[in-house]
Ligand binder design. Sequence first.
Ligand SMILES: Cc1ncc(COP(=O)(O)O)c(C=O)c1O
Length: 467
Amino acid sequence: MHKVRIVQKVRLAPVRERLRAIEDAGYNTFLLRTRDIFLDMLTDSGTNAMTDRQQAAMLMADDAYAGSESFYRLLDSVREVLGYQYLLPAHQGRAAEHLLAKTFVKPGHVIPMNYHFTTTKAHFNLAGGTVLELYAPEALNTQSSHPFKGNMDLGRLEAAIREAGPANVSFVRMEATTNLIGGQPFSLENLRQVKALIEPLGIFLVVDASLISENAYFIRQREPGYADKSVAQIVREIMDVADLCYLSGRKSCMVRGGLIATNRTDLHDAIRPWLPVYEGFFTYGGMSSKEIEAMAVGIREMTELEVAGSSADAIQYFVNLLLAKDVPVVTPPGGLACHLDAMRFIDHVPQTEYPAAALVAAVYLTSGIRGMERGTMSMDRDSEGNDVPSDLELVRLAVPRRVFTMSHYQYAADRLRWLYEHRKMIGGVEFYEEPPVLRFFAGRMRPKYDWATPLVEAFEKDFGTEM
Ligand SMILES: Cc1ncc(COP(=O)(O)O)c(C=O)c1O
């Protein structure tokens, strides 16, 4: 329910140029330049198409260091949409995580969650905490029709709290559409059960609401009793159950920035002193006032049904195209991307050779599409320096909201089918430069043997040298 009014030119660099580009980038798609990318499906984070209303609001930005009217407009939106009275702005999602870690995570603490996110885990670990992922077995089944693979396993939660002792639990975190296992939602029933379990123990519930509108959209579609409720009502119900939420504004809100919001005075008062230390003054928190204005609009717009479903519906279309071509993808379709299952796509490449990292490079080589590795490369080593094998090896082909058209997904599906037919040509990769934290951002890799050149030659045989 929108039309395109501004476009950005893209270029399809020929396959030999792509080979040079991925070599220069150390086989890490994060290190590619966009001039070498045809369709950028790295992330849905900050890459969404804004609305005319968001752009217009940016012109009204009040750049005052303190007391900016832009902040109060965002506060009004947060109160209306999330139902929370207190707002602490932050420059992006991980900054909110840093503030939570600084305030509540103490050495020896555990933080139960439905699944970790990379930046979340990094901050909580740096503060001395241990992340516990308490998902149900179905969460890791990539060929599932389970509607809520983001649910927490209540039995495991109860056991984990008993073992750690409630005083050593910083809080429980539920991530709306668990990013790393395919953008899978939790149900409101599960969220309520989690809350009922932890509230009597004095443990509070945090929702990572970065993809809250998509999670609410799935609840409306998949959870009995919610079909007639609006996305706005469901978002409010989630927030009524949670004690505090934080978010990266780059996703559902379609802007850059982040925030923490709550009705709990004690939680707010504990975090607030750190805001000017790490982020900025209370009324901007490291965001530009233009972003604050755009967020004030985006947070309201995300509750419109067509907006909440804009990426979810496109992902479903994309996933179904690939399923029809027998290309292994994660099901059911989730909330931020179409995910290729690398362990099934290239089952001849062992996990020690980073199959998802190899596959994402091969996807770029044969299509010009940039995806993101979400597997062992995205896991940092343990304290002994050993690789930590990831639960899943996924290639994330993110679907930024309102950016691509159906023909883009058709192109992608066509090239991915070709690659699947030539999958045996893909080999493993190894690190030759490896940073100690969040290594997937800047690490450099190379093929274990030269499998890229023969793959490019096979591609040229079928498509010529210009594609
Ligand atoms: C679920 C989730 N939480 C937190 C973050 C971190 O947010 P940011 O990238 O704005 O720092 C992300 C980013 O992708 C995310 O997907």
